[in-house]
Ligand binder design. Structure first.
Ligand SMILES: Nc1ncnc2c1ncn2[C@@H]1O[C@H](COP(=O)(O)OP(=O)(O)OP(=O)(O)O)[C@@H](O)[C@H]1O
Ligand code: SF4
Ligand SMILES: [Mg+2]
Length: 393
């Protein structure tokens, strides 16, 4: 099955800097004038973690983990999120779910202000928004049988009748391709793939609308990855789930997503429908990530692009465009001052395609010239940007 078999979404997204920028058609579009059925609206979201110092452990700085992200996710859509390690993908997902405290911004879910919810309303909302973890073993309590692992969420959501709970656990196991009588087994009795199925069943049992899948296949063997991906696609089809799908692996994201957002140092660099992003990337960082991805089609020639240096620290992000110290396009353009002084806002570059670069219209031509000239040797794309083998979907 190819990514093209999944209808490409067309919802909107944007990112703000410290000042905050609303993307075109961004916040407030839920069931709005354009008729889009938006389930999740994130507006100028910021999550800063404190950096403590001195004997008194005072706050001496911030980790700008998520630094002004705005995006919408339509009901039934899968939005992929990629970017190097530490760019804020997990923090974004966890903040949306209220597992991290937002510093600023807003999250609306089905029209409700998630960040303002309290008590019973928050609890109900938590049932509707679930998380599937990367590590299928670490996320399951080894001392609990599957019945309790999956059942405790149901109990917390008020399913007090034990027969009803057991039935819902068994139904969920069946839906993820496991036997109903696995309820009495413990996590160590399962393979990695089966354990991830249990993690998915745990989310499924609560009948959520929205699931954050945080690297759900990266800890699995390649052969198992495709099975789990297919399962997630199938469940989305059967239950109408909406996914935020976080991954390093561009092939995996391409396979499962309708649209893809690329994050760099706490911000969205680019967001577009999946085919558009992979065929016509406009942000120099996206171009670099894609150039590092293994090519499935040997006829397609791609040169690996050089990104200079390491990812800067989110404690002290570069001025202007966060990507400027590593940007190949800036270098080709003679290091224009604006790149290091003005934070580029996400701007519309085509239908559903937004990009945060002052010179996005130059990316394509300059990349072609670069490839024609030959990429300098000796440097390499940082290991985090290198993409593991494609999922054999
Ligand atoms: N609880 C925390 N306290 C302080 N800093 C944190 C905390 N959680 C995350 N960070 C920092 O925030 C930044 C973003 O982390 P995050 O885990 O969101 O990145 P990521 O894109 O998910 O990375 P990876 O691909 O490695 O999972 C990192 O610099 C990380 O060290
Ligand atoms: S704004 Fe400048 S530094 Fe940033 S991505 Fe564009 S060309 Fe590169
Ligand atoms: Mg992460």
């Amino acid at each position: 099955m190819s990514a093209e078999m999944i209808p490409a979404g067309s919802a909107t997204a944007g990112t703000g800097g410290h000042g905050g920028v609303s993307a075109p058609g961004g916040p407030g579009t839920a069931g709005g004038a354009d008729g889009e059925d938006v389930l999740l609206e994130v507006h100028d979201l910021k999550t800063y973690f404190p950096v403590l110092g001195g004997i008194l452990r005072r706050r001496v700085g911030n980790v700008y983990a998520v630094d002004g992200v705005s995006l919408d996710i339509r009901r039934g859509e899968t939005l992929g999120l990629v970017g190097e390690s530490g760019c804020g993908k997990t923090t974004l997902g966890r903040t949306v779910l209220r597992l991290e405290t937002a510093t600023a911004g807003s999250v609306r879910f089905d029209g409700q202000d998630v960040l303002a919810l309290q008590g019973r309303e928050l609890k109900r909302m938590r049932g509707r928004m679930q998380l599937i973890f990367q590590d299928p073993y670490g996320s399951l309590n080894p001392r609990m049988p599957v019945l309790d692992i999956i059942g405790e969420g149901l109990l917390a959501q008020g399913v007090k009748d034990s027969r009803e709970r057991t039935k819902r656990v068994e139904d969920s196991l069946e839906a993820v391709g496991l036997r109903r009588d696995y309820t009495r087994r413990y996590p160590h009795e399962f393979s990695g793939g089966q354990r991830q199925r249990i993690g998915i069943a745990r989310a499924l049992a609560l009948r959520p609308d929205f699931i954050v899948c945080d690297e759900p296949v990266s800890a699995l063997d390649v052969s198992i990855q495709s099975q789990i991906l297919n399962l997630l696609v199938q469940l989305r089809h059967d239950f109408g789930f909406t996914y935020l799908f976080i991954a390093h692996n561009l092939s995996v994201v391409q396979y499962i997503s309708d649209r893809v957002g690329v994050m760099y140092l706490g911000k969205l660099a680019e967001l577009a429908p999946v085919a558009e992003l992979y065929e016509r990337p406009l942000h120099p960082y996206t171009v670099a990530l894609l150039s590092a991805a293994p090519q499935v089609d040997p006829r397609v020639k791609r040169r690996r692009l050089v990104l200079r240096g390491d990812v800067p620290s989110p404690v002290n992000p570069p001025s202007g465009c966060h990507f400027h110290p590593r940007c190949w396009l800036r270098e080709r353009l003679g290091n224009p001052e604006i790149c290091s002084t003005v934070d580029p806002t996400l701007t519309v570059a085509g239908p559903g395609h937004t990009v945060a670069c002052h010179f996005a219209e130059r990316t394509r031509a300059e990349h072609e010239h670069l490839v024609a000239e030959g990429v300098p040797s000796g440097a390499a794309v940082p290991p985090e940007a290198a993409v593991p083998p494609a999922a054999t979907a």
